[in-house]
Design a protein around this ligand. Structure first.
Ligand code: 8YV
Length: 307
């Protein structure tokens, strides 16, 4: 029997071999000319930030399923997928703890200047040399933007640090934290503003210059969600002019070419969109991508369908 043809949008390093064992895998990043081979593609495998562009999507008339290696679906035209009766699956649950861990790690690294301290020691300073004082984390006020599974997992971690937790969300959740519907007010009342909201049109540039000014010169921003939630120009200006104290960023506006302006700032801690990037989680995510594709082509119920 001929192998089913699928399209991988990005290298998906941990599962590409398994995919290639079972399917004819067209590698979009090496061969983006989908007109030439798109007619027989029955599935798309992609990750959260890459999704699939509308122009590629419309050149794939036979697609039945999009299996996402991640939870974000902001880079996929979901309405069009629904209209065409295409199933979409993600990898919910398995990355929640890692992303919450990364948010906490960035928050502490930023506030306690862990990266600068490492550089300080590596460049020959003794432990008795004077390193600038940092800012306490425990007992501070945290504002969480987006209280889904990841936001809640983060809140649990922050409770262990005796933080007072408030959040902005589309609607109040059944949690013992303070709901603040106004993001500017949340920022004004927070030492740390942490973004765990979904990306996409409805959250685009929610964190703008006004919100950053409300966070203020002692406030710090952490983003493990999507670069698009923040107005990046406004953020860079606020960081350059010390209108906020600092930012810990795992995500950026253009992740294929991160703005070099960040590299000259000493009040940022940067990570390469690595929040879900542990061996354990990437293995679990890969298994879900493979499992969803296998279930679909076996005519069985999908493991983790979005729809
Ligand atoms: C990426 C993510 O999928 O889940 C998401 O939406 O952004 C990440 O987990 C992961 O980095 C793979 O590229």
């Amino acid at each position: 029997m001929n192998k089913t043809e699928i399209l991988a949008m990005t290298p998906l390093k941990t599962i590409i071999k398994a995919l290639e064992d079972q399917y004819v895998v067209h590698r979009f990043w090496e061969n983006p000319d989908v007109e030439k081979y798109g007619a027989n593609i029955r599935a798309i495998a992609t990750n959260g930030p890459t999704g699939v562009s509308t122009t590629v999507f419309e050149k794939l008339p036979a697609v039945e399923i999009i299996s996402v290696f991640g939870v974000g679906v902001d880079a996929i035209d979901l309405a069009e997928a629904k209209r065409r009766g295409i199933a979409v699956t993600t990898t919910p649950g398995v990355l929640t703890d890692d992303v919450a861990d990364q948010a906490l790690a960035l928050l502490i690294a930023l506030s306690r200047q862990i990266v600068a301290g490492d550089q300080f020691v590596r460049t020959g300073n003794s432990a008795w040399s004077t390193f600038p004082l940092t800012r306490r984390v425990s007992g501070k006020k945290a504002g969480i933007l987006g209280l889904g599974g990841i936001g809640k997992a983060l809140a649990r971690r922050l409770l262990a640090l005796d933080m007072a937790i408030s959040y902005t969300n589309r609607k109040p959740a059944n949690v013992p934290y303070r709901f603040e519907p106004n993001l500017e007010k949340l920022a004004a009342d927070s030492d740390f503003l942490i973004i765990t909201a979904s990306g996409g049109g409805s959250s685009r540039h929610l964190v703008n210059a006004r919100v950053l000014d409300a966070l203020g010169p002692n406030g710090m921003l952490v983003n493990v969600a999507r670069g698009s939630v923040v107005d990046e120009e406004a953020l860079i200006s606020a960081l350059e002019n010390r209108r906020i104290a600092g930012a810990g960023l795992d995500v950026f506006d253009d992740e294929s070419k991160i703005s070099p302006k960040f590299f000259t700032l000493n009040n940022v801690v940067l990570a390469p969109h690595a929040a879900s990037g542990t061996v354990e989680t990437r293995e679990a995510m890969g298994n879900l991508v493979l499992g969803n594709l296998a279930a679909h082509f076996a005519g069985e119920p999908l493991v983790t369908p979005l729809f």
